[in-house]
Design a protein around this ligand. Sequence first.
Ligand code: HEC
Ligand code: HEC
Length: 322
Amino acid sequence: MSCLDEKNCPEVRRRRLALVMFGLMMLVFIVLSGFSFLSSRGQVTPDQVSFGANQATAGKRVFQAYNCMDCHTLVGNGAYLAPDLTKEYQDAGPAWLAAFLPSAGGWPTEAALRTQLLNKEVAADAGVDSLDAYYRKYPGAKDRVDRRGGKTTFMPNLPFHGNEVGELIAYLKYTSEMDTEGWPPKVMTGTLDHRLALLHGTPLVVAAPVAPAAAANVADTHDLAEHGEAVAKDFGCLACHAVDGKPLVGPDWGHLYGAQVKLTDGSSVAADDAYLTESILKPNAKIVAGYTPGVMPQQYDQLLKPDDVKAIVAYIRSLEKR
Ligand code: HEC
Ligand code: HEC
């Protein structure tokens, strides 16, 4: 169908209108695309974030090497077996992560957290050094300690060495600083019992927080070894040291007392009171063969009273007879 009078031809007018509309749409598309790139310009990149001397870029490699994503999600990727870790650093903070990651089979207690805050690198990164201030800044840490401290977890202990824990913390610090526009949504946290109670709508009987055993009066505790066991539990020693031959992050304490311990330098030493005391107060003085220095916290000399150390040694000695 042709149109003889060009000017009043409706077909030409419609075609022109369509072209103008198309041009307008293109303009809107280009302007909006520009905006969507603008917001990502302020995004952090891993090379800008560190934890002490540890780089987030190195932490990313550690995260991949240990296949954390086989169980966890991070920024929306990964598996759903374990909690999302994107905002873990912001929520629980570096001291909690430093207490948790080396011995992931047990949830950190308050004493374990206090131990980490005595570490200058950790306190500097947290920006606070008292426990109260830490809890205010990282409320997720208090929640985790109160509800689960000292209990066992469903996460396996992973054999980290060197700076891997610090590097992982740097990486989780980086993901916490990312602008994820509200991701992940608020998740249910707490112990399995707590989550089941929430799911089934049954009222939850919240267990009283574990009383700090270290505060118990030694004079009242007739059994020194029993007191030692309580202190070891409270300070998270038993998260790394088994007493029944199970391999954990640190050496097993069963049958340790009186035995000959092989050290990394090839020599041996008798596990007597002096050696055990030194191992607790100066963990890096002698390193047990097959283990890495720096994994066991170095701050117990500032935290444990001499009576507590004696009690722990008595507890390790009592295991010899079991
Ligand atoms: C085999 C599965 C598995 C792997 C691999 C794994 N995790 Fe976990 N992780 C878990 C589970 C399950 C939990 C929750 C434990 C619970 O609720 O008892 C957890 C908990 C955690 C938590 C505490 C979460 C919270 O909200 O308190 C952190 C942090 C964490 N894992 C970090 C890591 C990192 C980092 C890696 C890799 C280096 C890793 N995990 C590898 C299973 C795993
Ligand atoms: C984060 C894990 C971790 C925690 C927590 C921890 N340790 Fe250790 N511990 C280790 C590792 C790893 C070694 C082996 C390396 C070495 O010799 O320092 C070790 C070694 C020891 C040894 C020497 C064992 C032997 O077979 O010769 C003793 C004793 C000991 N720790 C006591 C303690 C006490 C007491 C506590 C709590 C107050 C504690 N540890 C907390 C990881 C830990």
